[in-house]
Design a protein around this ligand. Sequence first.
Ligand code: 48F
Length: 258
Amino acid sequence: MIREADITRSIVRYALRDLEEFSEVDVVVVGAGPSGLTASYYLCREGFRVLVLERRFSFGGGTGPGGNLLPRIVFQEEVLPLLNEFGVRYVKAAEGLYVANPAEAIAKLAVKALDAGVRVLFGAHVQDLIYRLSPLRVGGVVWVWTPVHDGGYHVDPLFTESKAVVDATGHEAEVISIASKKIPELGLVMRGERSAYADLSERVVVEHTGKVASGLYVTGMAVANVYGLPRMGPIFGGMLLSGKKVAELITKDLSSRK
Ligand code: 48F
């Protein structure tokens, strides 16, 4: 017979083990959209302990709705090796452009990341950062459960310390926006996302991906908001390339500290 008490015990015992482990990791990635999942996959493959905190209860961020709710997203030619690595199927749709199904793309990114060892916590809203002085650096994140945040209750949070924090929160660039207001010592200024220019945006978002302060990195659409770059709409190659690039930069930075 299935006992309700055993259901509860099982959940509490294993969930609390996870939460204890999540008090300190190597890298916190905020956001389980395409850039965050790609970054976390490549970081985990390098042997780092990676935790993805996602305020929703699902993967994908802006991927699922495709282009204006039409179930297709677009990738450019240079990203095909990554799609092949993730096992995402695509077909050629125009010169240099390939279409894929958003549900498949995000499911396969998520499976790849989880199989590599990435830990994911759903319903965790990052509301602040941990910082240190001398030397000045970001040292982790401050988070509460999403229903607590959305309910507007004042509930003291939990912390996750880390060597690196990645803002993969999409258009809002929530983490860096918080840092720009609450850690003035970092001197961060949000320039705000600009109007659409897909070709330019795909290039410059990847170029600007990287470290914004000691211990704090940016990837994906958040890059556009931080640096005043154009948006690109439902083309996703830059998100994957940006995620891969930030993972490589963090790997270099953390490896040189060992
Ligand atoms: O928005 P999102 O998919 O960001 P991305 O990886 O990709 C952008 C594209 O989806 C698309 C685009 C480019 O083609 O224009 O928009 O840059 O995923 C961001 C994730 O971060 C979560 C949010 O719920 C979403 O799943 N998120 C945002 N703020 C927080 C957060 C927060 N404060 N704490 C936890 N998660």
